[in-house]
Design a protein around this ligand. Structure first.
Ligand code: ADP
Ligand code: MG
Length: 447
């Protein structure tokens, strides 16, 4: 039996953590967790896999622990346990909309669609009208309008939401489709090569009417996967199957991408999602509040919408915090409560605590180099690596422009920076020492 106090407390902790960690960490490791029971000093939380538990305990235990104590106002130990595999009565259905379950697609469970990400729940405004309309168009007539459809934007602006929405339409239209993140695609492809099952792999992807691939930017630098994706793309495109891709930047800004893929990405329609204006942000908050059964006064909606401007996910994070505080204290949602709940909110906390200086300091510590090494001309292996990691972190964690990064690190040109970033992006997948180093540095900066 679900314990509502445990659920609410953990939700409040999540609301807070969402503002502390970067969005992909949150999505990957925290979002699908759930509070199950709570006692005086123990909060049990269910997590999908043993691996996720290990990751959370190794990487985030400190911040989870201290956040839980802060929220509960008393010492509270968080204990993770693996979720029962029996389907819960939660709101996320394994295969998308439950509207017409008769239309089973060939999705496997790991490609779950979020039931909340559909076209109806997507608030349309000037900032996202083009990608929204294009997504609808391809969902209604796959392969016949824009192919591929390439959607890009900064984080938290609705790309994944739109992809899932197309997936839901496929479900209700009985179209076969695959929704896959670039990382999943890469893993599957590599597994197929290792197991000599590339034919099966190819047949599987070739057989669908719609391919939805999220975060294609991660294909940068992965030459083998690019080769595999090139064939998949051609197979599908030649037979008028729809391809939809999302990315955090336009094709021409994707570093380390083969030209033949880049040009294919540009064949159809490229649409970008801009940060929503104030009115749209308010409309989004109203929609979310409604979904959460939360009565929100316009003054509160406006207050929050003015505070968070660039990222819809953060808007939601604020709303979660407000809801949690109201629920835990039993107080009504007033402007006062709202401002208290998000008092210490600063847009994108992870970026706030990271500065170029902090990043360089931690890189120096980790690689035993100095700022002069980073900005200087030395080609020593260790120094070059440290310099590359610094560029990577300034780019990934801080979102600095490549030209600025180049200037900061000894007046290097932006192509050098792009190459370094792509290189590290690739190498952290294959070099576990480097992965460890980068994680350590991130942890030192962000925790
Ligand atoms: P991205 O993939 O671009 O990083 P997501 O699709 O994950 O962003 O969106 C982040 C969150 O913001 C999701 O919960 C999504 O539902 C919500 N969101 C983004 N844009 C909108 C919108 N226009 N209307 C409603 N919700 C939105
Ligand atoms: Mg996304």
């Amino acid at each position: 039996m679900a314990d509502t106090h445990a659920i609410d407390t953990w939700k409040a902790v999540l609301g807070d953590l969402q503002l502390q960690v970067n969005p992909s960490t949150y999505e990957t490791w925290l979002k699908d967790t759930q509070g199950v029971s709570i006692s005086d000093n123990l909060l049990a939380v269910e997590v999908a896999t043993p691996f996720a538990i290990e990751w959370l305990e190794r990487r985030m235990y400190q911040s989870i622990q201290s956040t839980a104590q802060k929220i509960a106002g008393r010492p509270l130990q968080v204990q993770f346990q693996v979720r029962n595999t029996a389907p819960s009565n939660g709101s996320e259905s394994p295969v998308a909309d439950d509207q017409r379950p008769a239309h089973r697609t060939i999705q496997t469970p790991q490609y779950r669609l979020n039931g909340k990400y559909n076209f109806n729940s997507f608030v349309v405004g000037p900032s996202n009208r083009l990608p929204y309309s294009a997504a609808r168009a391809v969902a209604e007539a796959p392969g016949r309008s824009y192919n591929p459809l390439f959607i890009y934007s900064g984080v938290g602006l609705g790309k994944t939401h739109l992809l899932h929405a197309i997936g839901h339409t496929c479900v209700s239209e009985g179209l076969s489709f695959i929704y896959v993140t670039c990382e999943q695609f890469t893993n599957e492809f590599i597994t197929a090569i290792r197991g000599r099952t590339t034919e099966d792999f190819r047949a599987k992807y070739r057989s669908v009417e719609v391919l939805l691939m999220d975060d294609i930017q991660f294909i940068s630098g992965k030459e083998q996967t690019q080769e595999g994706f090139f064939h998949t793309f051609n197979d599908l495109h030649n037979s008028n199957r729809q391809i939809v891709l999302t990315s955090d930047r336009p094709p021409k800004a994707l570093a380390l991408l083969e030209d033949r893929l880049r040009s294919r990405f540009e064949w159809g329609l490229i649409a970008d999602v801009q940060p929503p204006d104030l009115e749209t942000r308010m409309a989004i908050l109203r929609t979310k509040a409604e979904q959460m059964d939360l009565g929100l006064d316009d003054s509160i909606t406006e207050f929050v919408a003015k505070k968070v401007q660039k990222n819809v996910r953060e808007l939601e994070g604020c709303l979660n915090r407000i809801a949690a505080l109201a629920k835990l204290t039993g107080r009504p949602i007033t402007l006062e409560l709202a401002s208290q709940a998000i008092a210490d909110f600063m847009p994108d906390l992870s970026r706030r605590s990271a500065s170029p200086d902090r990043i360089m300091e931690e890189v120096n510590r980790k690689f035993r180099v100095t700022n002069d090494d980073l900005t200087g001309a030395s080609r020593k292996k260790g120094i070059v690596r440290a310099r590359h990691v610094a560029m990577y972190l300034l780019h990934e964690a801080l979102g600095m422009k490549d030209t600025e990064i180049g200037r900061l690190l000894g007046d290097r040109d932006h192509a050098t920076v792009i190459n370094a970033v792509g290189k590290v992006n690739y190498e952290i997948n294959v070099d576990s020492q480097l992965r460890q180093d980068v994680l350590d540095i991130k942890e030192a900066i962000f925790s």
